[in-house]
Write a protein that binds this ligand. Structure first.
Ligand code: DQA
Length: 151
């Protein structure tokens, strides 16, 4: 099973950015823990961070063409603004789990809505770096269950 992990804009600053909100884990820390979990679950993951909407969209298209099984995405601020990101995921029918380190519902109102939440299998928000780890496990379980029921 192959999973693409996408980190959206400003997430390269994890570990130094607004630590009281996002915690002290760096993006490298998060990716390395995700790699460990992926090995445990026998899943192949590719992790990529970009500040550019177009790069994220191109990666989603590539994942669709390469028959990647699922997407774990922290869309960061693009989640609140980008219909294009939503359309890309829908366009290649990529099952996804959306994650946020902070609890977006406990923050400013403009963060309460995301353009991905209703097309995602599920959303995990507010557990810091652990949102990613829970998200990867939930995505893989969900993809495995789907494969079983479609077999
Ligand atoms: C975030 C929450 C978003 O509202 C914000 O724009 C981010 C990070 C999170 O992980 O908590 O950049 O996605």
């Amino acid at each position: 099973m192959k999973v693409l992990v996408l980190h959206g804009p400003n997430l390269n600053l994890f570990g130094t950015r607004e630590k009281s909100i996002y915690g002290s884990a760096t993006l490298a820390d998060i990716n390395s823990e995700l790699e460990k979990i992926a090995q445990e679950l026998s899943v192949e993951i590719t992790c990529l961070q970009s500040n550019s909407e177009s790069v994220l969209i191109d990666e989603i298209h590539r994942a669709g063409a390469e028959k990647v099984d699922g997407l774990l995405i922290n869309p960061a601020a693009y989640g609140h603004t980008s219909i294009a990101l939503r359309d890309a995921i829908l366009g290649v029918s990529l099952p996804c789990v959306e994650v946020h380190a902070s609890n977006i519902y406990a923050r400013e109102e403009f963060r309460h809505k995301t353009y991905l939440s209703d097309i995602a299998i599920g959303v995990i928000t507010g557990f810091g770096a652990n949102s990613y780890f829970l998200g990867l496990r939930a995505l893989v379980k969900s993809l495995t269950d789907r494969k079983k029921t479609s077999a």
